[in-house]
Write a protein that binds this ligand. Structure first.
Ligand SMILES: [Zn+2]
Length: 203
């Protein structure tokens, strides 16, 4: 797989710089968009798939197949149209939901997360988490067995707290948490403090 030109890259996981190795016309583009995704998550929702984008009408080799919140029933859209805001403008679409947003989070950050960032699947409408001043990074949906194997206390504690809100017992075995299962747990990381937060969801 080439480093650019063929897929959607996030190259710098530690800074605000988000570089999309996406070429529309053979030119490598870089932008300083807010980075709110882990690479693994982005790759799960943007799949290799040759199709015509219903938004820009271009033949693409990659399509986003995550949630698209809008009136129309849109099965997929190219990631370029999400990134540019074209999909949002065309269908009044959003890709992530957010509520209880602290008042010091800039409007532009909320717009980026909701309208120009690939979303993640969840049982209910998904929910992006915020710190007091910023969007958190979506780390991913938790696989309990992997979480336990990692033995990262901070992550485990955030996930335990998320399950507490659903009144799961303290001795609930994380090994029962699977991606796409119930409960599902979605983990986020504060970009400034590095602290984790999570929420759990079920049907
Ligand atoms: Zn498109």
């Amino acid at each position: 797989m080439p480093r650019c030109g063929k897929r959607w890259h996030v190259l710098d996981p530690s800074s605000l710089q988000c570089r999309y190795g996406v070429t529309d016309d053979g030119t490598r583009r870089r932008s300083s968009r807010l980075r709110v995704f882990s690479r693994s998550h982005r790759e799960r929702r943007i799949v290799a798939m040759r199709a015509t984008c219903p938004c820009c009408g271009k033949e693409r080799e990659f399509m986003y197949r995550g949630p698209i919140y809008c009136r129309e029933d849109i099965p997929h859209v190219c990631p370029w149209c999400i990134h540019s805001g074209e999909a949002q403008r065309t269908w009044d679409a959003s890709f992530n939901d957010a509520h209880s947003i602290p008042k010091n989070v800039p409007k532009q950050t909320i717009d980026t997360v909701c309208n120009r960032t690939p979303g993640f699947e969840s049982w209910q409408t998904n929910q992006w988490l915020f710190s007091e001043t910023d969007a958190m990074v979506f780390v991913g949906e938790i696989d309990g067995a992997i979480l336990l194997a990692e033995a990262d206390d901070a992550k485990i504690s955030a996930c335990r707290k998320a399950l507490d809100e659903w009144h799961f017992p303290d001795d609930f075995d994380f090994a029962e948490v699977t991606r796409g299962g119930q409960p599902a747990v979605y983990l986020f990381r504060d970009r400034q403090s590095g602290e984790y937060s999570a929420y759990a969801d079920m049907t």
